[in-house]
Design a protein around this ligand. Structure first.
Ligand SMILES: Nc1ncnc2c1ncn2[C@@H]1O[C@H](COP(=O)(O)OP(=O)(O)O)[C@@H](O)[C@H]1O
Ligand SMILES: [Mg+2]
Length: 228
């Protein structure tokens, strides 16, 4: 499954969510590739330190993505693609290949107003591909006293994009994690609340995966015992 984290705006939390999602799925026992599609290459460096089991690949051009993403997808259980900022060609290529898209959006009216533009490439792809990739908006950097206004819900609804129930809060620990070469759940008690919320976002986005994961080790254990 190829999951693209996209928003043509920079600084909305794409790399933060992509690296944590790749690390989370890897810790669940899946084989995971992080496709770093941002020319800056920061998420591939971060994941190499924070979750070395995840294979990191840089795909920085439209043709790189179109040509290589399907193979990467067939070689791993999950490919998490960290999308570029303003490079519409790269984003378009990614969305033409992705099975599912997560659109991080900063929780402010300004950002929500810009959402139509930030998701234009997504809608192009959905129109070409008969509704694919399915996409969900994930609010990120939500301030303490922030309430989801009706305006925001309406903006998402007008674009026909569902809004994830779980939002990611604005917390210093997320900004500290890359410098520490870690994921928030690797940063001890300070990271606990962030870890809980971001994992609950991932469970909401990929609910069926949770069930699959629980069955496999149990089943194997039982078989192994019977053989002995
Ligand atoms: N929930 C958050 N709370 C606080 N800081 C965050 C949060 N998410 C991301 N950041 C920080 O904001 C900046 C932009 O985030 P990043 O994930 O790099 O966005 P993008 O990949 O969309 O450009 C980075 O410095 C990052 O560490
Ligand atoms: Mg980024």
């Amino acid at each position: 499954m190829i999951i693209a984290i996209v928003n043509s705006k920079g600084g909305v939390g794409k790399s933060t969510i992509a690296v944590h999602l790749a690390g989370h799925l890897s810790e669940q026992g899946y084989s995971v590739t992080l496709a770093d599609c941002d020319a800056q290459g920061s998420s591939s460096e971060w994941i190499a330190e924070a979750a070395p089991k995840v294979k990191a690949v840089r795909l920085t051009s439209r043709d790189d993505i179109l040509n290589n993403l399907p193979t990467l997808g067939s070689e791993a259980d999950f490919v998490v693609a960290d999308g570029p900022g303003s490079d519409a060609d790269t984003s378009r290529a990614l969305l033409l290949r992705a099975d599912f898209a997560v659109v991080p959006c900063k929780a402010s009216m300004l950002e929500v107003r810009a959402l139509a533009q930030a998701t234009e490439v997504l809608r192009q792809s959905q129109s070409i591909r008969d509704g694919h990739p399915k996409a969900v908006i994930a609010l990120s950097m939500v301030g303490k006293n922030y309430r989801l206004t009706r305006d925001m819900k309406e903006a998402a609804a007008a674009l026909d994009l569902p809004l994830a129930k779980t939002a990611i809060s604005l917390r210093q620990i997320y900004a500290d994690a890359p410098g520490q070469g870690a994921l928030v759940w690797g940063l001890g008690a300070r990271g606990r609340e962030a870890a809980d919320e971001i994992r609950s976002l991932f469970r909401e986005l990929l609910p069926e995966r949770k069930a699959k994961k629980r069955k496999t080790p149990k089943g194997r254990g039982r078989l192994a015992k019977r053989k002995r």
